[in-house]
Ligand binder design. Structure first.
Ligand code: FES
Length: 106
């Protein structure tokens, strides 16, 4: 089954198959999703889900905190749609781990 995925700031709905994660499902649309690893490692696919139901795989804590996850901020490559959804891609931020490395390296 396919679901409509509305990406904030984009003109129209896009579809994603229920057995594909959002990154794999939406990457067929040119310039819609950032280039990334598709396996949870790089963090470029951080999204906020404002509407819709989904299942998720384990999030990489380097990029998504438990608090993020509770607020529907997740990695698109670890989310499979269960209904139509509305999402927004978020800028990749420096994680706490990266901040600590920066502080120690100062
Ligand atoms: S594409 Fe790299 S973490 Fe999702």
């Amino acid at each position: 089954m396919k679901y409509n995925i509305l990406v904030k700031d984009k003109a129209r709905n896009h579809t994603c198959n229920e057995n594909k994660n959002l990154m794999d499902g939406l990457s067929i649309y040119e310039n819609l999703v950032p280039k990334g690893c598709h396996n949870g490692a790089c963090g470029v696919c951080k999204i906020h889900i404002s509407n819709g139901d989904y299942s998720k795989l384990k999030m990489n804590r380097k990029h998504i905190s438990e608090e993020d996850e509770n607020n529907n901020i997740v990695l698109a490559c670890k989310v499979l749609p269960k209904t139509d959804m509305k999402i927004e891609f978020l800028p990749k931020t420096i994680s706490n781990i990266d901040k600590n490395v920066y502080i120690l390296g100062n």
